[in-house]
Each structure stands twice: as structure tokens, then as C-alpha cells.
Design a protein around this ligand. Structure first.
Ligand code: NAD
Length: 367
């Protein structure tokens, strides 16, 4: 077989391609869509966007092919680093044109929180699948708009819940669902870190939509739900603020909150921007317990039960996440713990209730 024929066969092209001149064959290859690869544009080339891009280099099913940014110098650096063509680069003014780009399947929105809703809806209207960072939106009303917009557009809406694909987390969840801890009646979630620069968007109510709860406390909300395997029916919450200059009106520093579940289980959680070394989940049942620390950081995650440690290889969370999200979008795979818009919305309903409970001092019923 001649070398061109071998090359074409390796490239998966044959028949018609064999009868075309090489230049036309290469053009045919260029436009050939690989249904096994999710072609992703990242919107928001900041700190977490950079982490996701790096992780995607090792992804088997997802590939970074496009950029959306308001900073031309960042676009230039990223283009070089990841080999992104000019035609796949957009800014916040012109990214609606992505609808005319057949080489991008999904846009991953990794901007400050308040931009998640408007940008996700624009992406959906451009006919592209939406992957959006947590918190999915600022409140449940916004979340519902996003879910509706993606449904109307016929695109997926997925939320960047990377822990839902993490091996040790999934093993604890599997054991809980299998009844290995007996009746699980107590969950404790501790989520926090000391936040630095007071001028950052995370401490700006307009961009963050709140404080520690929107950013880190949401891990304890989400964790309580997947560790217990049920949805809360009430919440209570209390706020503590030691630095009202750094944490302005609407920006929570520390919140303790409790959730009650239909089985009688309770969750007791802490969300804070004022203390480090808070990344812990504890689940207790009538027959055993599971503990995770760190439980939601970038890992390696450590997990153990009353029977001993849980062992699993550490894989960069965002690499696994992108592979699994590609399988959800391209193959219709159903993950063990959902990552869709409805899942994001469930957390936002609870966030709203926690803020209401905190402000009113009342127990807020959810069901
Ligand atoms: P960041 O500040 O490092 O990056 C935000 C990016 O958005 C920047 O590139 C910035 O230029 C861009 N941007 C666009 N419009 C902007 C505007 N009007 N104001 C300010 N910035 C604007 O923040 P980050 O840490 O990358 O966080 C981004 C999102 O990712 C947040 O929603 C955060 O909750 C989420 N996040 C998730 C995880 C996770 O583990 N899943 C971790 C970190 C951050």
C-alpha cells in the first residue's frame, strides 16, 4: 500500500477521499467531525479557566478548541499554548456569532458568578451546549431561567460539579446507597478558607451574589445531598461577621446552617471565608461512618470508613469531569450523581432558603 493510502486509512478516510487530490482530502479531514470528541470553548480565561484548560490536555473525550475573552493579550497567549485557530476566538461583544461556527460544540462559562446566567443563556441561544461553573446562578429564579433557556434551545446545561466524578467520593456514595453505613442520620460539612485581596470580585456583591456561601459553602450543601442521598425539607441558618469592612452588606463571611431530611437525617454545616483547614465531610449511620478530609479540594481526596481507608488513584478532577461530561453530551451517559441544570437548581433553592433563614431567624420549609 502506498504511503498516501496508509495515511488516509489511518486518518479514517477512504473511498471518495482516495480519488480526491491531497489538498481536497486534507480539507475533508479538517471539516470531518469526530463524534467521540467534545469540542469546547472556554469563556473566562482566569484562574479556574486555566486549570480546566490544563486538565483538558489529558482528556480523552474533550478538547479545548475555542476561547471567549475580553482581554486580547490573554487570547494571544492561550492561542499559542493550545494551538487555537483565530476563527475560534471571540470576545464578549461578538460571541453570539459562535452560532455560525460548526467546529465548537460547547462553551464552558468560567466567569464571576453574576455573569453565569446571562452568558449561559447567550450560549444556549447560539445553539451550543452549556457547561457552567458553580454556583450555577445567583439564585433559584435565575437558575430556572437558565434551565428553561437551554431546554428551549435543545442544548445540554451541565454544572462544573467535579466531585460528582471523583473516585473516592463515588465509592462513599455507593456504600451509602448500598446501606453499608446503616441508616445515615447525620452529615457534617465544613467548607472554608481565609480569603485574601479585599478588592477581588468574590467580595463584590454585584459579581459574586453573596460571600462564602456562594463560593465554598455550596460544596457542603451539595455534599450533604449526595452523601445522604435525599433532598432537605427545611433549613435554619445563623450568620457571624467579624469584619464588616471586608465583608460588606450582602457578602457573608461565616454562616452555620442546618438542614433536615425526610428520613430524619440532619446536616450541620459551616461556610466561611475566615478560617483555613476546613474541607471536611463526615457521614454517620446506624452501622458505620465515612469521613473525607480533604473532601472537595483539588485533591488527592482522602476518605475512610469504619472499615478502613478507601483507596483509588488520584486523577486530576477536571480531566475526569471533562471526559465524563463529553460522555453525557455525546453518548447520553447518565452519571451516578447528576450534574445537570436541575441539580444546580436544587442547590440554588437551598442557598436562597439559607439566606432567608439567616435574615429572618426562621426555620424555612422547602417541601
Ligand atoms: P478569576 O477571577 O480568576 O477568573 C474570572 C475570569 O472572568 C477572568 O478571566 C476575568 O477576566 C473574567 N471576567 C469576564 N468578565 C468579567 C467581569 N465583568 N468582571 C470580572 N471578571 C470578568 O475567577 P475564578 O477563580 O477563575 O472563578 C471563576 C468561576 O469559576 C467562579 O464562578 C467560581 O465559583 C468558579 N470556580 C470553580 C471552581 C471549582 O472547583 N469548580 C474553582 C474555582 C472557581
Amino acid at each position: 500500500m502506498n504511503s498516501r493510502r496508509i495515511f488516509l486509512r489511518r486518518a479514517g478516510l477512504s473511498g471518495l477521499a482516495l480519488s480526491l487530490p491531497l489538498s481536497q482530502t486534507l480539507a475533508a479531514m479538517e471539516s470531518q467531525k469526530d463524534d467521540k470528541i467534545l469540542r469546547v470553548a472556554i469563556m473566562g480565561l482566569g484562574s479556574y479557566g486555566s486549570r480546566v484548560a490544563e486538565a483538558m490536555v489529558n482528556s480523552k473525550r474533550a478538547k479545548l478548541v475555542g476561547l471567549v475573552s475580553g482581554t486580547p493579550s490573554k487570547v494571544e497567549t492561550w492561542k499559542q499554548k493550545y494551538g487555537i485557530p483565530d476563527k475560534n476566538c471571540y470576545n464578549y461583544e461578538n460571541f453570539d456569532q459562535i452560532k455560525n461556527n460548526p467546529d465548537i460544540d460547547a462553551v464552558y462559562v468560567i466567569t464571576p458568578n453574576s455573569l453565569h446566567k446571562p452568558y449561559s443563556i447567550r450560549v444556549a441561544k447560539a445553539g451550543k451546549h452549556v457547561i457552567c461553573e458553580k454556583p450555577m446562578a445567583l439564585n433559584a429564579a435565575e437558575g430556572r431561567e437558565m434551565v428553561a433557556a437551554c431546554k428551549t434551545a435543545g442544548v445540554h446545561l451541565l454544572v462544573g460539579y467535579r466531585m460528582h466524578f471523583e473516585a473516592k467520593t463515588m465509592e462513599v456514595v455507593r456504600q451509602q446507597r448500598a446501606g453499608e453505613f446503616g441508616k445515615t442520620l447525620f452529615f457534617q460539612g465544613l467548607s472554608g478558607f481565609i480569603i485574601g485581596d479585599p478588592t477581588q470580585w468574590r467580595l463584590n456583591y454585584e459579581l459574586a451574589g453573596g460571600g462564602s456561601m456562594m463560593d465554598i459553602g455550596i460544596y457542603s450543601i451539595n455534599g450533604a445531598r449526595y452523601m445522604l442521598g435525599e433532598e432537605p425539607i427545611w433549613v435554619t441558618a445563623q450568620e457571624v461577621k467579624t469584619d464588616p469592612v471586608k465583608f460588606k452588606e450582602g457578602v457573608d463571611e461565616t454562616i452555620t446552617f442546618q438542614m433536615g431530611f425526610p428520613s430524619g437525617a440532619v446536616a450541620s454545616c459551616l461556610s466561611t471565608y475566615a478560617l483555613n483547614n476546613l474541607d471536611k465531610f463526615y457521614l454517620n449511620g446506624t452501622k458505620g461512618f465515612a469521613e473525607m478530609q480533604p473532601s472537595t479540594g483539588y485533591g488527592p481526596i482522602k476518605a475512610w470508613t469504619n472499615k478502613g481507608p478507601i483507596e483509588a488513584e488520584h486523577v486530576t478532577h477536571q480531566t475526569t469531569q471533562m471526559d465524563e461530561m463529553a460522555a453525557i453530551i455525546l453518548d447520553g451517559k447518565k452519571p451516578m450523581i447528576p450534574v445537570d441544570g436541575e441539580e444546580g437548581l436544587k442547590d440554588l433553592v437551598i442557598v436562597d432558603a439559607i439566606y432567608e433563614a439567616m435574615k429572618t431567624g426562621k426555620k424555612i420549609k422547602l417541601a
